[in-house]
Design a protein. Sequence first.
Length: 265
Amino acid sequence: MQTNRSNPFYSLTFKSLRSLLHLSGFLALLLLGSCQQEPTVDSELLEKTLAYHDPENNWPELKTRLYLSSADTAGQENRFEIELDNSTGYFAHISRQDGKEAVKGIADGKEFYLLDGKGDISAEDREKYGLTPDDLKWVHSFYGYLYGLPMKLTDEGVNVAEAANNEELEGKEYRVLEINYDDAVGSDNWFFYLNPESHAMEAYRFNHGEPESGEYILLEEEVMVDGIRMPKVRKWHWNKNNAYIGTDTIIKAEPLTSYRVSAEN
């Protein structure tokens, strides 16, 4: 999702996910979003969907560049890239606006911001191009979590339960994982809809305590990223009325072979 504040899709989804992705301080955010621990799996159903999406447990060492697009209800499309090196915690979000390239990220545990490759950026341009700590926290949390699913469900502070009964969504029946979080991690309730045969993750839903609050996301197609089956298309809808909100799409993925800044920076 593009972080241009004028994008309606960004604005409404930021508000909806802010409570989930808010952690007690940026250090906690970095720990949850970047540090990869040995998976702890207490659910047989979770184990099966992990085996489907990441059979070789490649997520902790993943090094990739994702080319993404985000489209809102008006058809406005934004294209951008995400760079991930999960082995070191390196992260970068690259966007383009007014002919300029804006980069915000984390390397060696430190924030960095670049505008057309330069770190000397005016306060006005930092706001205009989304090169602020709040913008970085948002994209780092959002992409580190949603594009790491279902692998991120093994993180510390995530509580997993299997729903007693199957549930129907968009005319299909699914096995469901019910997720809540320790207080330090998040307060929303999440539900993951898994194909009962392949255990592929085909949708997820979150709310803020009331069933009609929040949104649900339908997942379509897949792209292989270093042995990981990632959903290619994410279509967002409101829980309260099923109205369409917008679509995120992985255009392509390639190995990450270079970094925007060196580790010592």
